[in-house]
Each structure stands twice: as C-alpha cells, then as structure tokens.
Design a protein around this ligand. Sequence first.
Ligand SMILES: Cc1ncc(COP(=O)(O)O)c(C=O)c1O
Length: 391
Amino acid sequence: MNDRLSQALQRIEASPTTAMTDRATELREQGRDIISLSVGEPDFATPAHVIEAAKAALDAGDTRYTPVAGTMALRKAAALHFQRDLGIATDPSRVIVSAGGKQALFEALVATVSPGDEVIVPAPWWVSYPQMVRFAGGRVVPLMTHAHRNFRFDAAEVEALITPATNWLLLNSPGNPTGAYYPAEMLRHIGDMLRRHPQVMVLSDDIYAPLNYTGEKHATLANLCPDLGERICTISGVSKSHAMTGFRIGVATGPKWLIDAMARLQSNSSGNPASISQAAAVAAFEGPQEFLGDWRERFRKRRDLVVAGINAIPGLSTPVPDGAFYCFIDASEHMARFGGDDGRLALHLLEHGVAVVAASAFGGRNGFRISFATDEATLEEAVSRIGAALA
Ligand SMILES: Cc1ncc(COP(=O)(O)O)c(C=O)c1O
C-alpha cells in the first residue's frame, strides 16, 4: 500500500462491480464475445421528454453554477416525488440534490459517522455501503440475511446488534444485490423497536422503489412511522427509475440538520450537480410516469425468464427477487471446483463469455449476482453459457 495514501483511503477499495464491468469491456475490446450481466443499469432509452428538457436547458443557457443543494425547481420536484411516490411529506428545505444516489449516501454517512460508531448493514449488501462507512471511520456491523427467508430479517435480529455506539441502520428495499423487498409489516415492527433506541438513525435507500413486482404499494419507513421522521434519511433518484444513470442525479430527504450537513460537505467537494442534468430530472419527476408500469412489466418477465433458467441449471438456485433487477444466485454445490472461492467462479464464467459479480463482493458467499436489465435474447444466451460453463 502506498504510504502517501490517507488512512481513510487505505480503508477502502475500488468498487468490485465496476472492476468486473471494466474487465468485461477490456475483453470485448480485444474482440471477445462477452455478455455483461455485472452492471446495474436499465437498458431502456432515457424517456424522450427528459432528453428534450436537457436540450432545452442547454439552449436556454442553463450552463452555470446552481445553488449547491440543487435548483429550487428540482428540490420542489423532488419533494413532489417523495410525497407522491413514497408517501413521505417533505419540503424543498429538507431535500438535497446530489450527483447520484451514491453521493447522497456518501454524504449522509460521512457527515455523521465518527471513529468508533457502528452502522448495521444487512448483508448481502450493495458494495459501496461498507466502503462508505469505513471511509468515515465507522465499523460495519453485518446483519446476515438468507435466501430461504427472501433475504428479509426481523426487528429482534436488528435489536440484537444494537449497542450504544450504533448510529445508523441501513435499509435498502427493493435491494441490490438480492432483490429483497421489505413489506410494511416488517418495517412497522422495526419502527416499533427503534422507538426504544433513540440513538439509531435509519438510512433508507429507496432508489429501486418503482421496481417492485409484488403488486404491493411500495413500503418505506418514513411513510409508515412519521413520528420517526427526524431520524430517517430517505434516498431516491432517477438513475434506475428513468434510465438516467449517466445524468448523475440523486435526491435525499431527512431532518433539516442532516440535509444542511450534507450540503456543507457537498459545497466543499463537488458543488452543485450538473445544471443540465438537474433540468432533465425536473422533467423526470414532473413529467408522465405511466411508462414505469410498462418497464416494470418488462423487467418482471425478464426476471421470470432468468429465475426459471438459473434454477434449471444443476447446482444453482435463486429465490424469486421481489424487486430491482438482480438475481442473487447460490452456487454452493459447485464451489469445491473453485477451491471455495467465488471470485474464481466469476472469472471462470467470464472465460465462458458472461460477466457476473461474485457473491463475496457483496458480503455474501458461494455464488454470484447477475443483473437482468438486458433484453430477453441476451439473457437466454447468458443463462445457456452459464449452464455450459458449469456442466
Ligand atoms: C442500492 C443502490 N443504491 C444507490 C445506487 C446509486 O445510484 P446512482 O447511480 O444514482 O448513484 C445504486 C446503484 O447501483 C444502488 O444499487
């Protein structure tokens, strides 16, 4: 390790999902035929009205600094989104716009976590959560979840991990990498338990909320337990819902002191998110939302196709994910061949033309994650290559 690196940086690694995607791109550039199921972004085109809004902003000369926490137009549109889509009452003074949901999560944690603090993170987790906690100097406390319970957990399991040093519980529903969805009943029990532990805040990452296949209305803690609102920060955005990953816009709402602290950090790092992207995000939140139902249906069909295909491969199994666009696949029966190292399994699949991410990258084990945000013919081919690689 280079001793010029700060202690904070020495505690973190580059994102393994990005690393796998980069490796797949490299092989493709060498002429290899690689299907990438490692990246988490919708393959649909960004809606036309969003593109038009970005062009109009350019033509109107919206090319300068905006307020650090986002334009008033976008903070109002985001407040509307929180209310309409997540049932969270808020106002623009309690909303911040960041360069992606990722930056908002980073800011919330770095603004509040000090050395010695503990953050409870359900595992398997999205790769960046533990890195962000460690960067801030905090300790990650894993809450292990399992496929046979659809990667859900109950309030008692969380409570058993709470200490006086716990300052956050992270919730991600629907979740990456497992597709887990936390129903209202489960969240209400967690809310009841949290009333006994006033030191614990909740970071609720709802970025996949529109991609919920259960037919239930999306459940989120700030809506179900408004009395805990001052202890909940909810993250959302347009990356996944509106196929806008490259625009880099995420939004957060929470107590004013926290939103102000996040803005303080943002004002000294990136400054405002890109002005053109902000104009596009206003159109995303305020424009038509009907296409989301169609996208959800198409994702659900792809999910069903992938789940059936994977479960038909001897030695592989996955539960049916309730949301998002990932399958978290158990490959325990194949692990002996790879010396118990699922990183080697992922490399083996890459050699056979499919890029996936090892479960261990997400704090899981003996398996891998695939994204089904790609067309059905490609998914069918990928499943067949996986089957052939493990035959
Ligand atoms: C669970 C989760 N949260 C947040 C993000 C970040 O999204 P964005 O592209 O808006 O930064 C992702 C992206 O992969 C994610 O999977």
